[in-house]
Write a protein that binds this ligand. Structure first.
Ligand code: F3S
Length: 777
């Protein structure tokens, strides 16, 4: 294949995004020659700050930088949801810039509680969160950021409908941002501090991911859906399996999927810890662009591909798919024709059970038979295809005289999809069946669910959702709610049965007139026959140039918003006299470190939200939840002891097991421990985003070189770092260990630890935080 591309014909007009992509990609090709690239690499490397330096930064002359090089990237835009945007904007404000360096948007979706239905819930949410929305709106006006008000929709759906374009690279301050990978973008979930780097115009750093290829063949059967593909993959790969990888789908099966189905699969790539996921551009992608009134973009993509094709070899130019023969680090093959519906959970998205075995598993595990609620929609599964397939189930049940036995909730992902479903009569069929349509917001997906069915906190019960995540307490704050994940079709059919042991593919229900009724397979439409409705104008975007005369609204007496104080720099020596605050057993997700639900209201107030720090962590030595012991043996909650030690000037560390910080991009999980006095976290392994977030806030993440050392160190032990300061001064080079002095006995020993601190990260740890460094300019 040729190693250069032809320049676009000057008579043909490409928009600036694609001109930029073209120019960068030409550089990539110049450096890498005819090397076959995966789709993910093409887009990612075309966003490098310095192509040549990055691609040649390894011993193999650019041939294989995956898993080794640190990439400095220039994303095209940043999308922020309201909970994480608060801290991102507070950090951005402290840099004193007049506007954001790249386009950005704010989406008010996380703070609305789901309870009685859209209208009531939305007005209650706006009342309760007025102060925060006013802050976000004023900051958006001042800095020229697009503002999507409460009720406009959930970030990932709105981004897919409005901002995602093939070939773009975006950052999103939410772990399910990779949803936009369904439309052939590289979109990565990050914390607010990363977002701020991009917003101030600094390059954003990422360890070059490895690429996991998933080759799809065949075509989904009647009851199977794209959701089942990712539920099945989560079972195969586990919540850690995708760590350090971009998951790239390819093969003939891809052409059989709808665009929104591909987005669902990418959305839940977060559940396997993947950096992001991506699908190639297909005919379905072009149809979706047309349906969302972006036909122009579909034509730009066609032109872009055509222009580059002229005169170049098949592999040398940029098609929105992998080059033939591109190499994947790992490969999984899935025949969609053989895929059956799956149900995952409870309490973890990777506990995957095929539907045909679910009844037996429920009985074996003694999980509740009664299904108390079925919830569909959200950012994961509220597409036109999902909802029309559900409608077909609802209409069949209606004809048979059946109503759902479990409570049935529907969350539209955006005003656009809601208005379109309303126009086409889909929502009406749900409400006639007794379903409750919630507002276009996260609600029960993020713990913002006020149950009105009398299920008290602490009562074991089972719910089924078509959402993406099911950690303990995730939906209703009740740790005893067993939360299972399935496709919207399966959730709905099982809601009619009111039972977790019902298999809609094989079992029957009895109708009121005593007949046997079996659901026929669901049928739906990929998209609406006429373009999507845009919905009510009040939920439209406010898009404006920056206006420096706008004052950003923060009251000094606010309990919800507080300006940030910079963290202290790293001392000019190793850390001495640290104490282990708590040794955590088992899973320690970002929900564990910084719970959501009622705490979401303090997202913009670091001192107040810190009162939830690690408050659902399990103490490895006592088995208690949220218990920590002071040096005199007195018992405290974990955040109380942390605050006490902060007040006493005692710095501390946490010891934990595997995949510490898994789950989300929530930077509060790093900010809060830092604010309360944590200097290092030592564990068996870290989740990628959280590890980076810790470093950005000046907390050093370390892993045990020998995992058995987890058993040797305990709460209250005193720790001195050895070599840490030197390593930071040497830009991340050098060995680090911990000298441990046992509490009580005074016994001393040394534990070798590992770190993954890059040169830039070393700089901001020394400065106290990334922001301290950025603010210096
Ligand atoms: Fe909202 Fe989706 Fe996250 S509904 S809470 S953005 S998983």
């Amino acid at each position: 294949a040729a190693s250069t591309s032809t320049r676009p014909d000057s008579s043909a007009h490409l928009p600036p995004t694609y001109e930029r992509l073209y120019n960068k990609y030409s550089e990539v090709r110049r450096v890498l020659g005819a090397q076959r690239l995966t789709l993910a690499e093409k887009i990612l490397y075309s966003h490098l700050d310095n192509v040549e330096e990055s691609l040649l930064s390894n011993t193999n002359g650019g041939r294989d930088i995956r898993g080794t090089a640190n990439l400095k990237l220039r994303p095209d835009r940043v999308n922020m949801q309201d909970a994480s945007a608060q801290m991102a904007l507070l950090q951005f404000m402290s840099c004193n810039l007049p506007r954001t360096a790249i386009p950005a948007s704010i989406h008010c979706d996380h703070l609305i509680v789901g309870e009685r239905g859209a209208d009531d819930d939305l007005s209650a949410g706006i009342r309760t969160n007025h102060e925060v929305f006013a802050f976000l709106e004023s900051a958006a006006k001042r800095y020229g950021i697009d503002f999507w008000p409460p009720g406009a929709g959930i970030i990932h759906q709105t981004v897919l409908e409005n901002y995602a374009l093939p070939g773009l690279m975006m950052l999103g301050t939410d772990s399910h941002s990779p949803n936009a990978g369904g439309l052939c973008t590289i979109t990565i979930g990050v914390g607010g501090a990363d977002a701020v780097e991009a917003l101030v115009g600094a390059p954003w750093e990422l360890k070059a991911p490895k690429i996991l290829g998933v080759e799809l063949t065949g075509k989904l059967g009647d009851w199977a859906s794209p959701k089942d593909l990712i539920l099945h993959l989560a079972g195969l790969l586990t919540v850690r399996g995708g760590t350090g990888y971009i998951v790239e789908y390819f093969g003939p099966g891809v052409e059989t999927l709808s665009l929104t189905g591909m987005a669902t699969v990418c959305n839940m790539g977060a559940e396997i810890g993947a950096t992001t996921s991506i699908f190639p551009f297909t005919a379905a992608s072009a149809r979706y662009l047309e349906a969302t009134r972006r036909g122009r973009a579909a034509r730009d993509v066609a032109l872009f591909q055509e222009l580059q094709g002229a005169g170049a070899g098949e592999d040398a130019f940029f098609k929105f798919k992998a080059d033939q023969g591109a190499q994947y680090d790992e490969l999984i093959q899935i025949d969609l024709s053989k895929l059956e519906p799956h149900i995952n959970g409870p309490f973890t998205p990777d506990l995957s059970t095929p539907l045909s075995q679910f009844k037996a598993t429920v009985q074996e595990q003694k999980w509740p038979d009664k299904l108390s609620a079925g919830l569909i929609g959200s950012c994961t599964n509220s597409s036109y295809e999902d909802m029309t397939r559900v409608k077909s189930i609802v209409l069949e049940a209606e004809k048979a005289g059946l109503k759902p036995k479990a409570d049935f909730y529907i969350t539209p992902g955006s005003e656009q999809i809601r208005a379109t479903l309303e126009r086409d009569g889909t929502l009406e069929s749900f409400t006639e069946a007794g379903g409750i349509v919630l507002s276009n917001a996260c609600g029960p997906c993020i713990g913002q669910w006020k149950r009105i069915d009398g299920v008290e906190k602490g009562t074991p019960n089972a719910i089924l959702t078509s959402y993406n995540r099911n950690f303990r307490g995730r939906n209703d704050g009740n740790p005893e709610t067993m939360n299972f994940l399935a496709s919207p079709e399966i959730v709905t059919a099982m809601a009619y049965a009111g039972s977790t042991t019902f298999n809609p593919m094989t079992d029957s229900l009895t109708t009121p007139d005593g007949k046997e009724f079996r659901f026929p397979p669901p049928r739906g439409l990929e998209g609406p026959e006429t373009p999507f409705e845009q919905g009510r104008a009040v939920f439209g975007v406010a898009s404006q140039p920056p206006d420096p005369s706008v004052k950003v609204a923060i009251s000094p007496s606010s309990e919800r918003l507080a300006l940030l104080e910079p963290f202290d720099p790293f001392p000019e020596s190793d850390l001495t006299g640290l104490r282990v605050l708590v040794k955590v057993a088992g899973k320690c997700t970002t929900d564990t470190i910084s719970a959501a639900g009622p705490w979401l209201k303090y997202k913009g107030h670091l001192p107040n939200i810190s009162a939830n720090t690690l408050n659902t962590a399990v103490n490895a030595e006592t088995g208690e939840v949220n218990a920590a012991y002071d040096l005199d043996g007195s018992r405290h909650t974990i955040p109380d002891l942390a605050r006490k030690w902060k007040d006493e000037g005692r710095a501390w560390l946490v010891v934990a097991e595997h995949n510490y910080g898994e789950g989300s991009a929530r930077e509060h999980a790093a900010l809060q421990p830092r604010y309360l006095g944590a200097r290092i976290i030592v564990c068996k392994s870290f989740a990628r985003i959280h590890e980076t977030n810790l470093k950005k806030q000046g907390v050093v993440p370390l892993t045990f070189a020998d995992q058995a050392d987890y058993d040797r160190i305990a709460a209250g032990d005193e720790v001195t770092t050895v070599g840490l300061y030197e390593m930071l001064r040497n830009g991340g080079q050098g060995e680090v260990s911990l000298r441990v002095t046992k509490k009580g006995t005074g016994e001393e020993f040394v534990i070798p630890v590992r770190h993954a601190v890059s040169q830039d990260q070393a700089k901001f740890i020394l400065a106290g935080s990334a922001l301290n460094l950025l603010a210096r300019g």
